[in-house]
Design a protein around this ligand. Structure first.
Ligand code: 13P
Length: 254
């Protein structure tokens, strides 16, 4: 089912005390102020997941997500984290293919297909990220580029598996830059993604897929972005690090 989702990607930020303060505030604000059916997902750094989970007990409105997982289930991969580990500590979502990991860790579409498989096999909902660079947009190859990201990392899935995928469109030029995509640009790409999904899996699956926008989304522009018919929610970076602002983004989606 197509869900409204607002996920906070904390990236590599916060000490333990700061992380605990942030989750406590967000949980309280969401409890007091959010009445709609939006699903909130918090994606802190790995080291805080078990601690943060304690603050989310009994809070079905706020779920727990990780920022990455390895493509193998276990093994000699020093410093990495596997999907079964995340499952074993109660993580529900995992961000996969964020542009920062594609850029700094060299993640490829083929590798991401494996990560998607292992995440699904261990009960994690992938938040699969796609998005083009400024150069690609200027060269007008952005639609093809993003379509290929989906084709190569997701289109091997069965329709039943695909039903568990959440997609986040994050134009690289909009991430952390203050340059948000206009609502027209976001809607245009989201509609194209839905059409691409429909071409592979049919209109019903496409209509049920949650498509999130990410890239300098904040409390000021969220309502306009979320008003787009094909924008089902957001993947929020900088604005998720402040409880008041993040809750305001959630409220813009409820
Ligand atoms: P910003 O909201 O900081 O631009 O980051 C977006 C993002 O990368 C979320 O995954």
């Amino acid at each position: 089912m197509r869900r409204k989702i607002v996920a906070g990607n904390w990236k590599m930020n916060k000490t333990l005390d700061e992380a605990v303060a942030l989750v406590s505030e967000v949980v309280n604000m969401v409890k007091d102020e959010v009445t709609g059916d939006v699903q909130v997902v918090l994606c802190p750094p790995f080291v805080y997941l078990t601690t943060i989970r304690q603050y989310l007990q009994g809070q079905s409105r706020v779920a727990l997500g990780a920022q990455n997982c390895h493509e193998k289930a276990s093994g000699a991969y020093t410093g990495d984290i596997a999907a079964p580990m995340l499952q074993s500590i109660g993580v529900q979502y995992v961000i996969l293919g964020h542009s920062e990991r594609r850029q700094y860790a060299g993640e490829t579409n083929a590798q991401l297909a494996e990560k998607v498989n292992i995440a699904l096999a261990h009960g994690l909902t992938p938040i699969f990220c796609c998005g083009e660079s400024l150069e690609q947009r200027q060269a007008e190859i952005h639609f093809d580029f993003v379509r290929t990201q989906l084709t190569e990392s997701l289109f091997h899935l069965s329709p039943e598996q695909f039903a568990d995928i959440v997609i986040a469109y994050e134009p690289i030029w909009a991430i952390g830059t203050g340059l948000t995509a206009s609502s027209e640009q976001a809607q245009e790409m989201h509609a194209l993604l839905r059409e691409h999904i429909a071409g592979k899996y049919g209109a019903e699956v496409a209509d049920n897929t949650s498509l999130l926008y990410g890239g300098s989304a904040n409390e000021k522009n969220a309502a306009e972005l979320f008003a787009c018919p094909d924008v089902d929610g957001g993947l929020i970076g900088g604005a998720s690090l402040k409880s008041r602002e993040f809750t305001n983004v959630v409220k813009a989606r409820q």
